[in-house]
Design a protein around this ligand. Sequence first.
Ligand code: C5P
Length: 401
Amino acid sequence: MSELHGKRVVLGVTGGVAAYKAAELARLLVKAGAEIDVVLTDAGAHFVGAPTFQAITGRPVWHNLWDSRMDNAMAHIDLSRGADVILIAPATADFLAKLTHGMADDLLSTLCLARDCPLLVAPAMNRQMWQSPATQRNVAQLGIDGVSVFGPASGEQACGETGAGRMLEASEILDELIAFFQPKLLNNQRVLITAGPTFEAIDPVRGLTNASSGKMGFALARACVEAGAQVRLVAGPVVLDTPRGAMRIDVTSAAQMRDAVMQAVDDADVFIGVAAVADYRPVGNAVHKIKKTAAMSIDLVANPDILAEVASRPNAPFCVGFAAESQNLASYAEGKRVAKKLPLVVGNLVQDGLGGDQNAVTLFDANGAHPLSQGHKLAVARDIVKHLATLISKGNSDAQN
Ligand code: C5P
């Protein structure tokens, strides 16, 4: 996905060893469709030279306030005009201090002061430097001044110590930047999501499950975080990375998923049931592996319907269901919406989405059916969030009238 198509990013690189990750970040930004102007501080240029960034971005690299390549000799003004964002990665403790105090003694600090676009920083420094009262004061002040701070992460540091202060990985900064550009449609909303399959044990090695990959639920969790929501993600057994910023609770069976949801639901404004919960589980769970015989039968008992239970609670959150069908999508999905008393159901034909990265869905609400454009599951998830946010704000304004 060309997530940053049409975006102009000024990438500032200051003098920390994490500057090597900035080269990778520049590559990812270009791949995502952004136009990049790299600005190095003197110290940044000591770590990674201008030719590296020039080769990656295909554009001139800047680091001198007196650069004569700009027609009007005002690189500090020209570079930030027309930029959608200035991103400093890595941002050293020294550079954060300069930003906090509005210092402007080189090209990068001057253009940050002269900017008319948002400023984002990805700090990178030794853990003691990060924890020092001065840096913490500076970061808090930058937050008050409207600067967004990405990270830092914790872990092993180049100096051999371990702690908070590592710069985020390039791919994580890219995700943060993409999220930064998404409209904050779910600000202040607390969203609880189930995703993936459940696994119902028959014995210690066998079980009943289904083909859900969890990708749609995880994409929705990411889209909700990007939209400014606080997200808790109850995940069945899947092999997927947790979307940055979501709080993940791993479960295996439907019963565990139900318990995790019921523990969290009081603090949820929105509940989205994406999980393909197994409808049945074996009666009992053999302690030892069942030995093979010519034939075997398993007695099954119905699992609790988590979504229906949440939707029928007094003061239920805004509930969204999913209906994955192999035929008669409209009638089955609308039937589920009415039966489970849901304001919104997302329906899809399993042949359009199961396991893959793409999906084609239709939304069913009180006003009828709304087909969404087919696309990558993250793009589809963002469209679902848009519709959901409209229904929530409409519900809120109806309640006030
Ligand atoms: O009735 P059906 O299983 O098709 O409904 C699908 C919707 O209900 C999905 O949103 C799914 O997450 C939810 N569900 C549930 N608990 C179940 C079965 C389905 O929350 N036991």
